[in-house]
Design a protein around this ligand. Structure first.
Ligand SMILES: [Zn+2]
Length: 309
């Protein structure tokens, strides 16, 4: 397996080419990836771990814990025929001002789901990155020949999101919360994130209950391209229940068929998946056709309609 570590020599033409951020962490990627098999559905993962995290924060998300989370995710996705390759683990200094950011551009958060369901609303009014989130992703992830097809796990100190709690028929209260992890999925952001950064997932706290599942859960949002939903549970902002990988409980199920909301089938349509051919070349899944929302045409026959909450 060829591991992507050193200088970049090609460009995908999507952004100015520049060296990858930081320096490789001395981890033996070959043995970490030793079990991967050619010809199987595979997703590449890069990990970016700042060297200048506050010590009090570092304890919440050690690099070892991130890698344990990836290995747990590898087990969970292995059950449904997907393998995860760790292709890059890098560290370096991040502009301290950018270690804590708000995820969304000011004013872009509106109460949702009034007249159409979450996914339809987000198709019309996608979430947009804040300028600080964009800056830190540009500086840490950068650009490279396969960056638009790779998952980038980026550790930061804090990533805040804001959402609206409905108080009565026509009153909402804006709340800002610190996330433990955030997946910036297509169903929410569509194609508003620059292509070479669209695989970003932030990790800020892996020291809570069920953190063993966090990396897999966020990968699930990104790769299945669905929110917190499972079987007869329509997608919602937060759902505490067991069963599915996309809920907050202990479950890791990635069900198939209409009763499983096509999670397994949608997973295997993900443009982040490739199969390595005997020649060594990567055969990528087709890319999104309509910007990557929940109802993108690559998911034809694999979507559900449901009423707004
Ligand atoms: Zn979630």
């Amino acid at each position: 397996m060829s591991v992507h570590g050193g200088q970049l020599t090609q460009t995908d033409g999507s952004a100015g080419d520049r060296p990858e951020w930081g320096v490789p962490v001395p981890i033996d990627l070959e043995s970490l990836n030793a079990d991967l098999e050619d010809g199987r559905a595979t997703v590449d993962i890069g990990i970016s771990y700042p060297e200048n995290l506050e010590p009090a924060h570092r304890r919440k998300v050690e690099l070892e814990t991130v890698i344990e989370g990836v290995l747990e995710a590898r087990r969970i996705f292995g059950v449904v025929g997907l393998q995860l390759a760790v292709v890059s683990v890098r560290t370096g200094r991040v502009d301290p001002e950018l270690l804590a950011v708000h995820a969304e551009a000011p004013g872009s958060e509106l109460p949702g789901g009034r007249y159409a369901n979450l996914y339809v609303e987000r198709q019309k009014r996608p979430s947009r990155l804040s300028s600080t989130a964009l800056s830190v992703f540009e500086s840490v992830i950068g650009s490279g020949p396969e960056h638009d097809r790779r998952i980038h796990l980026v550790v930061l100190e804090d990533v805040f999101i804001s959402f609206h709690d409905q108080l009565d028929e026509r009153t909402w209260q804006l709340k800002t919360i610190a996330t433990n992890a955030l997946s910036f999925p297509g169903y929410s952001h569509r194609d508003t994130i620059p292509r070479h950064l669209r695989g970003v997932i932030t990790l800020t706290n892996l020291a809570r209950a069920r953190s063993w599942k966090t990396v897999a859960h966020e990968l699930g949002h990104k790769l299945i391209n669905a929110s917190h939903e499972y079987r007869d549970v329509d997608p919602q902002h937060e759902v505490y229940a067991d069963g599915g990988l996309l809920l907050y409980g202990d479950g890791t199920d990635i069900p198939s068929g209409p009763e499983g909301r096509f999670h397994r089938e949608r997973l295997h349509r993900s443009p982040f998946i490739y199969r390595r051919e005997a020649s060594g070349a990567k055969l990528w899944n087709p890319d999104y056709l309509d910007g990557g929302g929940y109802y993108d045409r690559i998911y034809e026959g694999l979507t559900l309609d449901f009423d707004p909450v």
